[in-house]
Design a protein. Sequence first.
Length: 278
Amino acid sequence: MPFSLFGNNRDKAARQPAHPVKQTVVMIPIAQIIPNRFQPRQRFDATAITELAQTIQEHGLLQPIVLREYEPEHYEIIAGERRFRAVSSLKWETVPAIVEKMNDDETASIALIENLQREELTAIEEAHAYQQLMTLNQLTQSQLAQGIGKSQGFVANKLRLLKLAEPVRTAILNRDISERHGRALLALSTDQQEAMLQTIVTDHLTVKETEALIAKGHQQPKRRRKVTKHSVSGDTRVAVNTIRQSVKMVTDAGMTLTTKEEETADGYRIIIDIPKES
């Protein structure tokens, strides 16, 4: 089975013959087969599996599944888990298969890449697959991106989704919200993400509406000028009232006075303008 790939797999691929060798199809008991432990797909559409089973029942299994023998007479799926689930639902006892010789790392890489080439994976499943490929093959983001024909930014954006709160990741897995919703939520704390997730689902917010709501919540409130009021002692109040009464007596007598009062940090200021000529 051709695979390109990374790390030691490059050397193995280079040793493959120029002309592919016809692979032998054998019948393997279904009871001896287990799913791939590195399968990135975390959700299988039950309706799609049922439809596939009906097609297989009518037309047969046109493409064998690919296995590896990890123990004597015990096999692990490399490619074809949906077909395996479909024929299992039909109660088949054996299934046509091609058995490859691969170690754990090669098996994992093939399973991950085989699924990445399909478009049914959610963004979270895709991100997990990238992370596993990087770990298994000791790759940087740049090396992985080059190996799968994507930009480094594309890979980085997928991997960032794994930093989301668990309920948000689950919502993307279940397709309750989109990948773009998830990227918008990265600007929030974990608690804020969960609260915003409820709002998105309940109010059916679009990505644009979500981004606007998050931006609005992040605006810095305008600072209001703090007015400090200083306490005034009883003696000060008596003095101020006495001055006011004196001013009133003068103005009642017919003289025009102009007064200005202001409170300062250290006291109370009263300014009285008295005209030179009345």
